[in-house]
Design a protein around this ligand. Structure first.
Ligand SMILES: *[C@@H]1O[C@H](CO)[C@@H](O)[C@H](O)[C@H]1NC(C)=O
Ligand SMILES: *[C@@H]1O[C@H](CO)[C@@H](O)[C@H](O)[C@H]1NC(C)=O
Ligand SMILES: *[C@@H]1O[C@H](CO)[C@@H](O)[C@H](O)[C@H]1NC(C)=O
Ligand SMILES: *[C@@H]1O[C@H](CO)[C@@H](O)[C@H](O)[C@H]1NC(C)=O
Length: 319
């Protein structure tokens, strides 16, 4: 064999390995199924059970009661279930909602600097969440009692999984700064209607560049400066985008009340005729019996420089 023949052989062999590696890593959904974990937390917010395949028995394994509420938290790019806002959200959900609290851990894929590489794996990762929803229902959990919170890339995962699981089947999705890049530019994807993803979908916006520019959820919240920038913004991970789940966590105890559209904010044809009393951004202040009156509108709320990121406007007025 000449040297060039040998090189050719090595090259071809390498290429085959590379191609099959691609196939296994990026195109085999059972690979995604086995690398993504669902972490179950008990009422003391301790991790008690981890499930990562369809074979697991959630009811007896996790200790969750299928007649109770289920909350699934979906983290974003570069994050995992250990990310600070998630560890803060678990006790908040325990205090204000209860039931089964699950975090979807796809850090095997999210911890990459290649954001668009992650976007290309979107539907494989989303399949795993859709499968878990089907499994919950097979084990007699009630779709209406399922709530998903997703931040950024996780917001898009939540919206797409809800829609694919069944139109308006699960109870509620709160999407905080659902990612814009890679999604808004996809004409097929951005035609989808997020209001089909759950019976009630609250979308919360805090940045102009990393979150979606779409405003088509049941409630569209514009935080701080018109939902475009935040006075509290600092370096990563607490920029205008990254603050969103921290604002949401704060809202469990500090109401971010709806205010009339600030004059400097762009005009909107989705301004509510009236703002219901006590209406605020977040989980606890959205009484679903009031939701029908608030559907399709834009809401605005102040944010503040420092934790808890909100001072009620009355405080400003009194001082
Ligand atoms: C996916 O990959 C696993 C091993 O990583 C393999 O056992 C399985 O047969 C593959 N499935 C498909 C459909 O290719
Ligand atoms: C979360 O996923 C990562 C990456 O696969 C894994 O190393 C880690 O053990 C998982 N955490 C839990 C609690 O399952
Ligand atoms: C756009 O979104 C659709 C539906 O989610 C997906 O199948 C397609 O691959 C995406 N296209 C690009 C270029 O990302
Ligand atoms: C809200 O509207 C939907 C569809 O019109 C209706 O089915 C539902 O019962 C209403 N909910 C409340 C609480 O009024």
């Amino acid at each position: 064999m000449t040297e060039s023949e040998m090189l050719k052989k090595v090259f071809t062999f390498g290429l085959i390995i590379l191609l099959s590696f691609e196939l296994v890593v990026a195109k085999n959904s059972s690979e995604f199924e086995s690398n993504i974990f669902f972490e179950f937390y008990n009422e003391r917010s301790e991790l008690t059970y981890t499930s990562n395949s369809l074979g697991d028995d959630l009811v007896s394994g996790s200790g969750c009661n299928p007649s109770e509420n289920v909350a699934i938290i979906v983290h974003g790019w570069l994050e995992s279930c250990k990310t600070t806002w998630i560890q803060e959200m678990i006790p908040n959900l325990n205090d204000h909602r209860g039931g089964c609290i699950i975090c979807m851990n796809y850090s095997a894929y999210s911890k990459t600097f290649d954001y668009f590489g992650l976007v290309s794996e979107f539907s494989f990762i989303d399949d795993v969440l859709v499968n878990k929803l089907h499994q919950l229902v097979q084990e007699e959990f009630i779709p209406e009692k399922i709530f998903i919170f997703g931040f950024s890339f996780g917001g898009q995962l939540a919206l797409e999984a809800g829609r694919r699981f069944g139109k308006k089947l699960i109870g509620r999705i709160d999407a905080c700064e659902a990612a814009g890049p890679g999604f808004d530019s996809n004409r097929t994807y951005s035609m989808e209607n997020p209001m089909e993803s759950a019976k009630f979908v609250q979308c919360i916006h805090s940045s102009y560049d990393k979150g979606t520019t779409k405003r088509n959820c049941h409630q569209n919240w514009h935080l701080g400066n018109c939902g475009l920038t935040q006075i509290a913004a600092g370096p990563y991970p607490l920029g205008s985008h990254g603050l969103c789940p921290y604002f949401y966590n704060s809202a469990f105890t500090n109401p971010f009340h709806a205010i009339p559209k600030p004059e400097n904010c762009p005009t909107s044809d989705r301004l509510p005729p009236i703002i219901p009393d006590g209406m605020a951004m977040g989980y606890v202040f959205n009484d679903l019996s009031l939701v029908n009156e608030t559907v399709g509108y834009d809401y605005y709320a102040h944010t503040f420089k420092r934790k808890p990121y909100h001072l009620d406007i009355d405080l400003f007025n009194k001082n």
